[in-house]
Every structure is written in C-alpha cells, then in structure tokens.
Design a protein around this ligand. Structure first.
Ligand code: GAR
Length: 188
C-alpha cells in the first residue's frame, strides 16, 4: 500500500476529492491531512471522511525534524499539496516526493503570493484567452518544479475571477487524483 499525506491551508475541496477517489483503492490510501491553519475547513472535511487531521505551527514546520520523523513513521510515500500556501523547507523536499497543484499555466501566474483567487484575478485582469492547471513536482523554489501535467481551458471575456475559479476547480477535480495515481505507479 502506498501512503499519501495531504497538506492544505484552506477549504480543502481538492483534498476531499482526493480522499474520495482513493477510498477503497487497492494500492493507494490517504493516511492523513495536515494544515497550517487551525480553522481550515479541510481539517473538518478530513475528519468527516474518517481521515486523521493534524494542525501544525510554523515552528513545527520550520524545525522540520519531528514532522519528518512522524511522516516517516507513518510510511508516507508522497506528500500532496492541495492549496497549501507555505514554501516547503528543503529538508522535506530531500525526504519525500512532493506534488503540488497550481491553478494556472505555470510559469505564468506563479511564485510567492500567487495562490487561489489572486491567480484568477490576475488572469482575468490581464484579459488572458486561456488558463488552466499545472500539476508539478515541488522543488526548493515556489512553483518551479518539473511539470507532470498541464491542462488548458478558455477564459471568456465575460469571466469573473469566481467563474474562472469554478472552471479551474472542475479541471482540478477531474485530473489531480489521476495524476497522483499515475505518479505513484511510475515511482515504485
Ligand atoms: C486550488 O485551486 C489550488 O490549485 C490552489 O488553491 C486552491 C485550493 O482550493 N493552489 C494554489 O494556488 C497554490 N499556489 P481547495 O482548498 O478548495 O482545494
């Protein structure tokens, strides 16, 4: 069995979708969900689905040893960032494979401070004709790791950041779990 830990900072609709996808999966299980926000709805979603949910502080995250030990004890094979907003310390990147999803076509609209609605606001304000999602490996810089998958969608002149966010979320729900499954299959 391959074990996933999900890191998320917000609502967690992707985390929920991933948990549901791998429920009863023969080879992959979501072990736990981890959030840097005590009040993040993702923690409640996880618990409602019977998945362990943990909050951690910035100190625990930066002073990486204990968290890494905990994840190793749990035999985590992959960390999935699903709307996680902090830069991951290099010790985690050396210790685990980590996959992130970004709600735009990287390298455009990426980097520090570019997350969630801010990305969609910039895309709409710049009158882009298309946007999409990028699923990529995480390295030591924000949004710079190797791309695993990019999927495009149109941006309409009538779009608002909210309507674009809805279209992008649909792409995320449709493609993120499969990309995780594929990555685990290829990296045994
Ligand atoms: C998702 O759209 C994800 O791509 C984005 O945050 C959203 C989280 O939504 N991630 C980033 O912007 C990372 N830079 P969710 O909490 O409903 O899954």
């Amino acid at each position: 069995m391959r074990n996933i830990a999900i890191f998320a900072s917000g609502s967690g609709s992707n985390a929920e979708n991933i948990i549901r996808y791998f429920k009863n999966h023969p080879d992959v299980r979501v072990d736990s969900v981890w959030s840097n926000k005590k009040e993040a709805f993702v923690l409640e979603r996880a618990r409602n689905l019977g998945i362990e949910a943990h909050y951690f502080t910035r100190e625990e995250f930066q002073d990486t040893g204990r968290m890494i030990d905990e994840l190793r004890n749990r035999k985590i094979d992959l960390i999935v960032l699903a709307g996680f907003l902090w830069l991951v310390p290099p010790e985690f990147i050396d210790a685990f494979s980590i996959i992130n999803i970004h709600p735009a076509l990287l390298p455009n609209y990426g980097g520090k401070g570019m997350y969630g609605s801010r990305v969609h606001e910039s895309v709409v304000n710049n009158k882009e004709k298309e946007s999409g999602i990028t699923i990529h490996l995480v390295n030591k810089e924000y949004d710079k790791g190797e791309h695993l998958l990019q999927i495009r969608c149109p941006v309409y002149t009538s779009d608002t950041p909210e309507s674009l966010a809805t279209r992008i979320h649909e792409l995320e729900y449709n493609y993120f779990p499969g990309a995780i499954e594929e990555f685990l299959k290829r990296n045994r």
